[in-house]
Design a protein around this ligand. Structure first.
Ligand code: BDR
Ligand code: CA
Length: 388
């Protein structure tokens, strides 16, 4: 159970871009020319994980190589079922989904039903996917795909780092085989969301986080392997998705914010028919309603931090964040602080940095891109389906 903060930072909502074009990829011609970015996602789907997956599918430059699943927000089997169902909703039932380790390395798994709902997707109910789980073990997928294309793959972690720690045990050279690692995890200059100083992904499996952070300590002075980019809560909590963002996304898909048909929006359809829905917008509305209610209870605003989607967007376009190199270690034995990411901003330890920690992000640009891309995907997938 997450603690209830005693104070709430109230900031004005970021204004939304006018969505006449996608601000990350400015022109359709550029979209076609954009170099593919091979991405492997490790996740614990989870509402904001699912938004990250939709963003990946919606991004023309993203080559989604595979998705590996670990226990976290819900049990790993449910994570895998959610992941398959979300990918199928997005039209990418062909992407390999592999299950990895089901529990943290040494601790018991504690899930987050209060945050993501009992099955991980809030109030949303997606049909079970037709696609089957991969026969490969998640950590093996990470190692084998990195070896298959040395120096090309970007690994994006949106979950406890359990699978990545196991992948490093199998292949200690993994950092050098990857092009880049982007991690949603930690809290480097702000309070936590699980205990007063700890963020959920690290707190869930701190031993795994320590292994992963240490594996990058020996990066060469030439910057290879590059340090992982870590997005902590101080930056991801600026990505506050509000009801008006969802309304704009739905408008791009030609429907109402709950996914139902808008009068006149569907040629030939009965105007405002309650039986016709855009399935992707309906999914977003149902999942996010739960997530927004959670944030309303615990964080003092009706909206949702979409941590994982910002991390995925950063993997595709690292210029979205400004980073600083810093040495980070993970507290394993604290009485109050186990799972805290301790960042040595003043170089007290005299150790070389092991992470590029995000200290700022272009949130308006991110939201412009998120709404533009996922709205377009929802429109393409949208042929309003009858619900009865
Ligand atoms: C992280 O915890 C999970 O609940 C979210 O999916 C995100 O990855 C934020 O602390
Ligand atoms: Ca997650």
């Amino acid at each position: 159970m997450r603690f209830e903060p005693r104070w709430v930072v109230r900031t004005a909502p970021a204004p939304c871009h006018e969505l006449t074009y996608d601000p990350v990829v400015r022109k359709p011609d550029d979209e076609r020319a954009a170099r593919p970015v091979p991405i492997l996602v490790d996740c614990d789907t989870g509402i904001d994980d699912s938004l990250a997956l939709l963003y990946a599918v919606a991004s023309p430059e993203c080559e989604l190589v595979a998705v590996t699943c670990t226990g976290g927000n819900v049990g790993a089997r449910q994570v895998a079922a959610n992941t398959l169902a979300v990918l199928e909703l997005a039209g990418r039932g062909d992407v390999e989904v592999a299950i990895g380790r089901e529990t943290p390395l040494v601790r018991e798994l504690v899930t987050t039903p209060e945050t993501h709902g009992p099955r991980g997707l809030g109030y949303a109910e997606l049909p079970a996917a037709r696609a089957k789980l991969s026969g490969r073990f998640g950590p093996d997928v990470i190692v084998e795909e990195a070896r298959r294309r040395p120096g090309e793959l970007t690994l994006v972690t949106l979950a406890p780092l359990t699978n990545v720690a196991l992948a490093l045990q199998r292949e200690p050279d993994l950092p050098r085989l990857l092009r880049r690692v982007v991690i949603m995890g930690g809290s480097y200059r702000s309070s936590g969301n699980t205990a007063p100083t700890t963020e959920w992904n690290v707190s869930c499996d701190p031993e795994a986080a320590k292994i992963v952070f240490e594996a990058f300590a020996g990066a060469g002075s030439d910057g290879h392997p590059p340090h992982p980019i870590a997005l902590g809560l101080d930056v991801t909590e600026r990505a506050k998705l509000l009801p008006e963002h969802l309304a704009r996304l739905a408008a791009l898909a030609g429907c109402a914010p709950d996914g139902s048909a808008q009068a006149g929006s569907i040629p030939g359809s009965p105007s405002g028919s309650a039986a016709a829905v855009n399935p992707m917008v309906r999914y977003l509305a149902d999942a996010l309603r739960f997530y927004m209610e959670f944030h309303s209870r615990y964080d003092g605003f009706y909206g949702a931090f979409i941590h994982d989607a910002l991390a995925l967007a950063t993997a595709l376009d690292p210029t979205l964040v400004r980073t600083q190199p810093v040495t980070v270690d993970v507290e394993l034995d604290g009485r109050l602080t186990t799972g805290e990411t301790v960042a040595d901003w003043r170089h007290v330890w005299g150790e070389p940095p092991n992470l590029e920690v995000a200290v700022d992000a272009e949130i308006d640009r991110f939201f412009g891109s998120f709404i533009g891309r996922v709205g377009k995907l929802a429109a393409e997938r949208g042929g309003l389906a009858a619900t009865r």
